[in-house]
Design a protein around this ligand. Structure first.
Ligand code: PLP
Length: 392
C-alpha cells in the first residue's frame, strides 16, 4: 500500500519488492523452504494460537504466504488461495459453491479435464452443465442463462479455438441474476487481464503455466473478490486437506518474480511467429486473438493488455498422419502437453475437438503451438522445415 506521498508502484516492482522489505533483520532474499508437517511450540498455549505462524504444516509456510499475498495484489483480490494443480483451481470453487439441483453454464471450448469434472463428477452429484457453443455471442450467452444457473464458468480465450467473450458485460448480467462468475484466466495470467477489476467474482489460473514458468511444478490459484467467498472456498480446501508442498510454493514464488518479463517476451515472439505462419501456403488460419485477422480480435483488443504465447493453427486439409509427420519434422518444439514454460511446444488437437457438443467447422487439421524463450529466427527456420512435408 502506498501513502499520499508515494505514487503507486508498477506490478513488475510489486512482484519483487516484498523480497527486499526493510526491517526484517539479516536474512536470505528468498524465504527458506520449510518442509514440515509438525510445527513445534514452546508452551501448550502457543500450540493453539496461529499468531506465531502456522500450528501445522497444512497451513503453509513463508513461501506460500508471500506467494498468496503477491497473487492477491496482482489479481486485485481480497485473497488468493493456492491448490495443488490448475485443474484443482477450477474444481475447488465449483465444489465449494454448487449444490444438487444447480446448473453450470460453460463454453463448449472449456479445458478438457474441466469438462470431464463437470459431466462426470458434478453430474453424479446432481449438478447439470449446459455448454454454449464456443463462438456464441455475449448476448446469446446471457439469453441462455436459466433459473437454476448458479455459476457461469468462462474461459477466455476458449481452449484450442481461442474464442473471446465480453467478460464485463457477462459479469454485470450475472450479478443482476445472482449468478456467480468464474473465469479460468490461465491465458491472461493475471497480467494481460485481471477479471476481478471487471466485476468477475472468482479468477482462477494454473500457476503451472506462466507463473511457474519452467515446466517443473503443478499448482493453481483461486483469487476472490470478497471475504465471504474466500471463507467458503477456504473451508472446502481445509475440509479436504488439499495442500501445496513447500518446495512447489517456493518454486512458484521464484517464478512470479520474472513473470512480466517472460510473458511479454514470449508474446512478442509469438507475434513474430504467427505473422510468419499466416503467410505460409500450408496454413489456412491462425487462431490467435492479437492477430487482426482473428474473428474475435476486437474483443481481445478492448479487454486485454498483452497475450499468452499459445495459439492454434488450422492447416489446409491434411490428415492425422500429416499432423504427426509435421510434429516429427520439428526439432526445437517439444512434443508435450501444458504451456507457459521456457520451451516451445507443439500438440495435435483435432482429436480433442471430438468431445465438443457443437462441432467446430475447421477446414483442416488443428495444431497448437506454444512459443517459449528460444530465438524466433531459429523457431521459424524449424517450422519452415517441418511444414515442408505438408501436402499442398
Ligand atoms: C486453460 C487451462 N486451465 C487449467 C489447466 C490445468 O492446469 P494444470 O495442468 O496445472 O492442472 C490447463 C492445463 O493445460 C489449462 O490449459
Amino acid at each position: 500500500m502506498s501513502d499520499d506521498s508515494t505514487p503507486p508502484k508498477a506490478l513488475a516492482t510489486r512482484l519483487i519488492s516484498p523480497a527486499t522489505q526493510r526491517g526484517k533483520g539479516r536474512r536470505p532474499v528468498n524465504p527458506p523452504i520449510e518442509r514440515a508437517s509438525t510445527m513445534l511450540s514452546d508452551d501448550p498455549a502457543q500450540m493453539t494460537s496461529s499468531r506465531d505462524g502456522p500450528v501445522y504444516g497444512l497451513e503453509g509456510g513463508s513461501a506460500a504466504r508471500q506467494l498468496r499475498s503477491i497473487l492477491a495484489d496482482m489479481e486485485g483480490a481480497h485473497d488468493s488461495l493456492i491448490v495443488p494443480s490448475g485443474l484443482a483451481a477450477v474444481t475447488v470453487p465449483l465444489t465449494a459453491i454448487l449444490r444438487a439441483g444447480d446448473e453450470v453454464m460453460c463454453t463448449d471450448a472449456v479445458y478438457g479435464p474441466t469438462r470431464r469434472f463437470l459431466t462426470r463428477h458434478m453430474f453424479e452429484r446432481g449438478i447439470q452443465t449446459r455448454f454454449h457453443p464456443a463462438d456464441a455471442s455475449t448476448d446469446a450467452i446471457i439469453d441462455s442463462l436459466g433459473d437454476n444457473t448458479r455459476v457461469l464458468l468462462i474461459e477466455a480465450p476458449g481452449s484450442l479455438t481461442f474464442e473471446m467473450v465480453d467478460m464485463a458485460t457477462l459479469a454485470r448480467a450475472c450479478k443482476e441474476r445472482g449468478i456467480i462468475t468464474i473465469v479460468d484466466n490461465t491465458w491472461g495470467a493475471g497480467l494481460a487481464y485481471r477479471p476481478l477489476e471487471h466485476g468477475i467474482d472468482i479468477s482462477v489460473q494454473a500457476l503451472t503455466k506462466y507463473v511457474g514458468g519452467h515446466s517443473d511444478i503443478l499448482m493453481g490459484a483461486i483469487s476472490v473478490a470478497t471475504k465471504a467467498m474466500a471463507d467458503t472456498i477456504f473451508e472446502t480446501i481445509d475440509d479436504n486437506g488439499w495442500h501445496v508442498s513447500p518446495d512447489d510454493a517456493w518454486l512458484a514464488l521464484r517464478g512470479i518474480r520474472t513473470l512480466p518479463l517472460r510473458y511479454r517476451s514470449q508474446f512478442q515472439s509469438a507475434m513474430k511467429v504467427v505473422q510468419w505462419l499466416e503467410q505460409q501456403p500450408q496454413v489456412s488460419r491462425v487462431l490467435y486473438p492479437p492477430l487482426p485477422s482473428f474473428t474475435h480480435h476486437e474483443l481481445w483488443n478492448s479487454q486485454f493488455d498483452g497475450a499468452a504465447s499459445l495459439f492454434g493453427v488450422v492447416m489446409k486439409g491434411g490428415s492425422r498422419a500429416d499432423a504427426h509427420r509435421l510434429m516429427s519434422g520439428l526439432s526445437l518444439f517439444g512434443m508435450g502437453y501444458s504451456w507457459g514454460g521456457f520451451e516451445s511446444l507443439v500438440t495435435y488437437e483435432t482429436p480433442q475437438l471430438e468431445q465438443r457438443l457443437h462441432q467446430a467447422d475447421l477446414e483442416g487439421q488443428l495444431m497448437r503451438f506454444h512459443i517459449g524463450l528460444e530465438d524466433t529466427d531459429d523457431l521459424i527456420a524449424d517450422l519452415h522445415r517441418g511444414l515442408s512435408a505438408w501436402p499442398t
